[in-house]
Ligand binder design. Sequence first.
Ligand code: SF4
Length: 294
Amino acid sequence: MDGFRRSALERLGRKSIAIKDISLQFWCEKQMELYHTAKQRPTAAMERGTQIHEKMQKSIYVPLTVEPSNYSDWMYKVAYENCTSIKSLKEKGKCREVMIYGSINGYKLSGKIDQLSIVDGKVAIIEDKSTNKSSSINEAISRPHIVQIMLYRKFLEDIKDGRYSYDNFSTSYKLDTMALSDTFSLGLREIGIVDELLSIPSIYQRMFNEMRTLPELSSEMEIRYIDKTTLSEFYNMKVPYDMKTMDSYIKNAMGYWNGDREALPVSMSERWKCRMCRFYGKECKTWWNATVAQ
Ligand code: SF4
């Protein structure tokens, strides 16, 4: 067991957990792990999903145009764009692509919220999922998406209520060791960023401040299922936020990250998922014989 405990993040080559990885655990944990260990490139379908997100993002927001040249610059860009997005949410009632950070059991977690909108004076989280219109959205399909959106809600609330603060973030990401490159700093000056905001700590303090001062969070979230071909929404699911359910999802997922168990394959009743899996019969043979016999 100690081997799993020591190597859960190492095996995936990561220092932090992506919220998307936790959501994928609720589709197939083994598949999630294989995506990292087998170093698979995104499929055409995933890339199509990215294009849809980029198209929607461009419709309401212009990103920072100065190109980062190192990790610190990239971190700055993330915080700067978050500040711009949240400002736009407060002023115009809508923004897209907001990076969110948090912590569970000492693990760093991060993810990107598709959309925040002000609905009836409260901040509502909206997630877009692209799929084929012909797919019926059953519980197995929506479960990972529900976990993902609930985690976003939890982390946003943790920041708003001060349970996860700038100080927590600064310590875990070692912000005091980061320095912007000269070319990036020059570029920021050229587009008019003031001196007080020309450092990683100052831009992240601003970002946390913007997030803490968001209006009250809505207890209802929304998942929009968008047809890959027409890009039109064909199914809309309202998800109520429920702390008890959230806690049980976290407890379940953390069993893997804490090293209490190996990555689990899908259950026998959900082995239909294997037929859509690129690892089926290759890196994963869990249901290979059983499914082939069907
Ligand atoms: S083949 Fe099935 S059990 Fe194995 S990783 Fe893929 S979905 Fe999971």
